[in-house]
Design a protein around this ligand. Structure first.
Ligand SMILES: NC(=O)c1ccc[n+]([C@@H]2O[C@H](COP(=O)([O-])OP(=O)(O)OC[C@H]3O[C@@H](n4cnc5c(N)ncnc54)[C@H](OP(=O)(O)O)[C@@H]3O)[C@@H](O)[C@H]2O)c1
Length: 357
């Protein structure tokens, strides 16, 4: 039954570059049926057919050509693609249970139906085809996007996205430059603004610590925070020091020379800590926050997807909630407010979580 409903939905799809061929009756509605001018059914792509290490990557010229299933979708011809740590993790099966649920909420398909899976979360390219409801874009528009992890990625010639997932690429950037930005930039924004509560109007004189600042998320965060007037301290390796200072960082602590908690605890306390490293940092980082001020610890390294992979969706969520609650309890700080433990679903499923002091 559900299959036929899905099938009907597919038949109803119309794209602007389609050619009308017949009339289709759906209840009392008459809809024009169409076939795309694009007759291609296959395209080149890098795919994986199972989870594992790099040797599961396979290049094929026969990956399925993406189709417009909903009238607000667009097909983008990929000019440049970007990889993020999540692609490496997904190749190994990270988040498989949760992402499968997102792709197939009614659990209709057999397990493994996500394969062949195409990785690649950033794309910069050109719109090739627009669904009928797409008003803001036209064919040949240059666009960029961060692709949600439950959708097929950009290591392919074409990718289908909802129109509200893409935006016009800045003309000042080449496709290659543009493909390096969307996923890290939206992650940094989600962590600092949506979860951390910072913005251009409240950052002046705020002290921010970024753990693991020399990577994609860190370097974007530094630039946003400095533009907004914050005082920024970071940890990174010694050979990245010059680079992060060039982005405006005020104070650098080299994590390769020994435990960073010692030099960090000698500094004035922080209004916000952004943790890109994880591991045991939560054990000591909470003590670096200014007490009783609403200071926040935001981490991008959450156990949520890992827990749901190993324990299943329900148990994994409970385990994550329990872990976070235990950590919050251990911080022994202000009575939880509404925001004390704040889960904020990042647009692309990563779950920054935060503790407030
Ligand atoms: N990229 C995204 O869009 C995204 C989205 C959601 C979540 N995340 C998560 O956020 C974290 C950071 O992502 P990213 O894209 O910025 O990763 P990345 O580009 O790989 O950067 C991570 C940086 O952390 C530094 N580092 C490693 N171990 C460290 C330690 N013990 N202390 C301090 N610095 C350390 C490394 O730089 P050095 O050269 O200084 O060693 C590396 O450049 C990852 O856990 C990732 O899974 C990323």
């Amino acid at each position: 039954m559900m299959c036929s409903v899905r099938h009907i939905t597919c038949l109803l799809r119309l794209s602007k570059s389609s050619v009308s061929t017949s009339v289709f009756w759906h209840g009392s509605q008459t809809r024009l049926l169409s076939t795309s001018r694009t007759c291609r059914t296959i395209m080149p792509a890098w795919v994986i057919d199972k989870y594992g290490s790099n040797d599961v990557l396979r290049f094929t010229k026969n990956a399925s050509f993406p189709i417009i299933n909903y009238p607000n979708e667009v097909i983008v011809k990929v000019s440049a693609a970007g990889l993020n740590p999540i692609d490496v993790s997904m190749r190994g099966g990270y988040g498989a249970a949760t992402l499968s649920m997102k792709r197939d909420p009614l659990n209709i398909n057999q397990s493994g139906s996500e394969f062949p899976l195409i990785l690649g979360r950033d794309v910069s390219g050109v719109i090739m085809e627009c669904g009928l409801d797409v008003k803001y874009f036209r064919e040949r528009d240059e666009v960029w996007a961060a692709i949600p992890p439950w959708k097929q990625g950009s290591l392919a010639e074409f990718v289908v996205l909802s129109a509200n997932e893409v935006s016009h690429k800045p003309k000042s950037l080449s496709h290659t430059e543009a493909a390096a930005i969307p996923y890290v930039a939206t992650t940094a924004w989600s962590a600092l603004v949506n979860t951390g509560g910072l913005n251009k109007d409240n950052c002046a004189k705020k002290r921010v610590l970024i753990l693991g600042a020399s990577g994609g998320v860190g370097t974007f965060s530094i630039q946003m925070l400095k533009a907004w007037g914050a005082h920024v301290t970071v940890t990174c390796s010694q050979n990245a020091e010059r680079f992060v200072k060039g982005l405006g960082v005020d104070h650098v602590v080299d994590y390769t020379t020994g435990p960073v908690e010692e030099p960090l605890s000698a500094l004035e306390k922080f209004d916000l800590i952004l943790d890109n490293v994880g591991g045991d940092t939560e054990r000591w980082a909470l003590n670096l926050l200014k007490p009783w001020t609403g200071a926040k610890y935001v981490t991008l390294v959450t156990p949520f997807l890992q827990n749901t992979d190993t324990l299943g969706i329900a148990d994994g969520m409970m385990q994550t909630a329990a872990t976070v609650a235990t950590k919050a309890f251990k911080t022994n700080r202000r009575v939880p407010s509404d925001e004390f433990i704040q889960f904020q679903q990042h647009k692309k499923t990563q779950l920054p979580h935060s503790f407030e002091c």
